[in-house]
Design a protein around this ligand. Structure first.
Ligand code: UTP
Length: 296
């Protein structure tokens, strides 16, 4: 099984960042000097993905521009001896293929995935939610791809959560524990209360799925009220006898879907950064308030 395609759903409203996201795509908000979505694409490329389908909407055309060439800017930077600045993004643009699918209304993550059906075909493929940034020694999606290849089945990433936070996540029900980090699942529940949660393993925004997810999403759509959830589609697949595994993803996960989470990601990733890290470290060693006042 070779997995070279991935979907990045980025057509949500981003209400938690309003007013910042009134005119700017949430996925374009920066972590240090790169937009959040670039971290996601870099992780996917490092996992072997060469073909991306980005689900977007008319307020998010900056995403298209970011993953397109900018010859005038390249020339200007070259004249100034600064062409290295865009080296990373230009390498991605040269080596990967980007397809954009419009989701006219935010009818749910499941609906967004269903719209990408024609770009995937009959293969296994990855899904990366741009709100979750995973930093670790192994790229997040690559970990799932290895399990999908080993089990010849779909895999979703999970992490342990305090049970009182279950209502913010999709939570898995375990059929069989295969190893300390691998489970076969027999169901999923979207945002359960603590007492209804079937486990303390919550879904993180990385998936490797069989194309059968499209048939399942299609099947449940007519009976869905409100948003079409991806978790309901996966639960339908399981009910139909498809094997689905959950893997405890290794690495640190930053939830950049809310302002505090984005700030934490900036600090956490900033501390590891070769240029900004040492300065940021110093900032934390001093009394923050004095340092910030000193900058004025
Ligand atoms: P969320 O509901 O967590 O994010 O969707 P949101 O809608 O962007 O932001 P808030 O909650 O209003 O602040 C999870 C992922 O699914 C995508 C989002 O872009 C995000 O990556 N999504 C969600 C879609 O692409 N389409 C949808 O209809 C819903």
């Amino acid at each position: 099984m070779v997995i070279t395609k991935a979907i990045i759903p980025a057509a949500g409203l981003g209400t938690r960042f309003l007013p910042a996201t009134k005119a700017v795509a949430k996925e374009m908000l920066p972590i240090l000097d790169k937009p959040a979505i670039q971290y996601i694409v870099e992780e996917a490329v490092a996992s072997g993905i060469a073909s991306f389908t980005i689900i977007f909407n008319k307020n998010k055309t900056a995403l298209i521009n970011h993953f397109d060439s900018a010859p005038e800017l390249d020339l200007l930077l070259k004249e100034r001896g600064k062409e290295k600045i865009l080296h990373g993004i230009n390498k991605i643009i040269r080596n990967a293929e980007f397809t954009y699918v419009n989701q006219p209304e935010p009818l749910g993550l499941g609906h967004a995935i269903l719209l990408a059906r024609n770009t995937i075909g009959k293969e296994y493929f990855g899904i990366l939610l741009p709100d979750d940034i995973i930093v670790g020694s192994q790229p997040g999606l690559a970990q799932l791809i290895a399990i999908a290849q080993q089990e010849n089945a779909s895999v979703i990433a999970v992490q342990e959560i305090p049970i009182e936070k279950a209502s913010s996540y999709g939570v898995i029900a375990i059929k069989k524990q295969i190893s300390p980090v691998l489970y076969q699942i027999n169901g999923l529940v979207e945002k359960p209360t603590a007492s209804q949660a079937p486990s303390n393993l919550a879904i993180v925004g990385r998936y490797v799925l069989s194309h059968k997810i499209f048939t399942s999403l299609d099947a449940i759509m007519p009976y869905t009220e409100g948003e079409l959830q991806l978790t309901d589609g996966i639960a339908h697949m399981v009910k139909n006898g498809e094997k689905v595994f959950a893997y405890k993803i290794q690495g640190h996960r930053y939830d950049t879907g809310n302002p505090l989470g984005l700030l934490k990601a900036n600090i956490g990733i900033g501390l590891q950064h070769p240029d900004y890290g040492p300065q940021l470290q110093k900032l934390f060693e001093k009394k923050l308030i004095d340092v910030i006042a000193g900058d004025l």
